[in-house]
Design a protein around this ligand. Structure first.
Ligand code: FAD
Length: 400
């Protein structure tokens, strides 16, 4: 197409290896950016994914516990999570040909007053997914988890995924559908030029029909042009890995809605444990807090008595983006918010739960962008070129 900036069509390369023009630039190759890019490319949009780190999943996604279950007390999140679990269970959805879900089961513990609503949720989940979710109200234990006075919704068909693997699979699918995936390319600014957003990187510029910012906790302190209209804050998430000796029982993933405590089996001999770490606005790479790690171990011991003698192996600290759903009228209502730049959208904060919702959030965001008469595929003009066939990638683990 004719390009007022003098750049070539999508598929051509400037000195930094980026197309000059594309339908959509996705900033950030965490699980959210990968999901959005996969669904956009599958629907025929030309897509460029830009990730500042040398590999995908370098933000919240890499250290994430990846626990997935259909239940959530918030109805909007529950709808995303239920659809997400269906995708994580389905081998046909993955380039690898394998479903990423490790179905170790999921136990959600709540106050006994919630029993009726948990039973109703179990019914909805089973109707939608054909699963065997049920409520445990009498016994003191379910699937290897002591309930400590609570009632439990048990989802035997839920469990966990490895978020970095999911991210790589979606990026590989996007590349196979024509996307250009670049790691080690930092977005420095997004500007409005000639009616289109132009993404300025340290490897050149890309003019886009639309831009999706999926920069996770970096959205709290964004580069120019990517400031979400609905503010996002960064909140710390810290987890520890402990050894599980052979005499300790196997267990499902676990979340206690009363306390926010959680755990998951990482392998046959180790378990991840976590407790809310209410530290806001700290640097994304802040160091682990040993006092919080000790408090986490003590708080979880009533649920897993074997923790009292379990060896501590490691503590990891990262952060996620926290914020309310977007309500400013952007496409994919509740999932995208505007920024200071026309046709530039930011994803909402996922509040520590972005893995279980990513499959459906990515699908909805892509569908909304492509339906938006003002942006995305409609943005770069009728002569806009698409790379023929497969795209290309510089991100490890996302190529053929
Ligand atoms: C320890 C931990 C445990 C968790 N456990 C669970 C769980 O069990 N279940 C669950 O559902 N969720 C969980 N979460 C939350 C979930 O992992 C996150 O919500 C999700 O990974 C967020 O993904 P994202 O792609 O939005 O952000 P990120 O993974 O942070 O990705 C953002 C990417 O953008 C890149 N980037 C930033 N700025 C730029 C720029 N200027 N230019 C180019 N690239 C840029 C970053 O390098 C990063 O790779 C957990 C999170 C953590 C940290």
């Amino acid at each position: 197409m004719s390009d007022p900036d003098g750049a070539g069509p999508a598929g051509s390369r400037d000195g930094g290896g980026l197309p000059a023009v594309t339908d959509v630039v996705v900033v950030g190759a965490g699980i959210t950016g990968a999901a959005v890019a996969h669904h956009l490319a599958r629907r025929g949009a030309s897509v460029v994914v830009l990730e500042q780190a040398p590999r995908p999943g370098a933000g919240a996604t890499g250290p994430s516990g990846g626990m997935v279950r259909a239940y959530d007390p918030d109805p909007a999140t529950a709808a995303l999570a239920l659809a997400g679990l269906a995708v994580y269970r389905d081998p046909a959805q993955w380039a690898s040909g394998r479903a990423p879900l490790r179905a170790v089961g999921a136990v959600t513990v709540a106050d006994p007053a919630e029993e009726a609503s948990l039973r109703a949720a179990a019914g909805r989940i089973n109707t939608a997914l054909g699963t065997s979710a049920h409520v445990v109200a009498g016994p003191a234990e379910a699937a290897g988890v002591r309930l400590a006075g609570g009632v439990a919704l048990v989802e035997p068909e839920a469990g966990f995924v490895t978020p970095a693997e999911v991210t790589a699979d979606w990026l590989e699918q996007a590349r196979a559908d024509g996307a250009v995936v670049r790691c080690g390319v930092r977005v420095r600014a997004v500007e409005a030029r000639g009616g289109h957003p132009v993404v300025v990187t340290d490897a050149g510029t890309v003019r886009a029909g639309a831009v999706v910012s999926a920069v996770g906790p970096w959205a709290a302190d964004p580069v120019p042009g990517l400031r979400p209209a609905v503010p996002v804050r960064s909140r710390s998430i810290q987890v520890s890995i402990v050894g599980r000796r052979p005499d300790a029982p196997a267990h499902a993933t676990f979340v206690d809605l009363r306390t926010g405590l959680y755990a998951k089996p990482v392998a046959a001999d180790r378990t991840l444990i976590g407790m809310p770490h209410l530290v806001w606005d700290a640097p994304v790479d802040a160091r682990p807090d040993p006092a919080h790690a000790r408090a986490t171990l003590a708080a979880l011991t009533p649920h897993f008595p074997w923790l009292a003698t379990a060896p501590h192996l490691d503590t990891l600290r990262a952060a996620d983006a926290y914020g309310p759903p977007a309500e400013d009228g952007g496409p994919a209502s509740g999932l995208l918010t505007g920024t200071g730049v026309p046709r530039v959208w930011a994803v909402r904060g996922w509040n520590g739960g972005g893995v279980k919702t990513a499959p459906e959030a990515g699908r909805r965001i892509a569908a909304a962008l492509l339906a938006d008469p003002g942006g995305a595929a409609h943005g770069t003009g009728p002569g806009d070129a698409r790379p023929g066939g497969a795209g290309s990638t510089t991100c490890p683990g996302t190529g053929p």
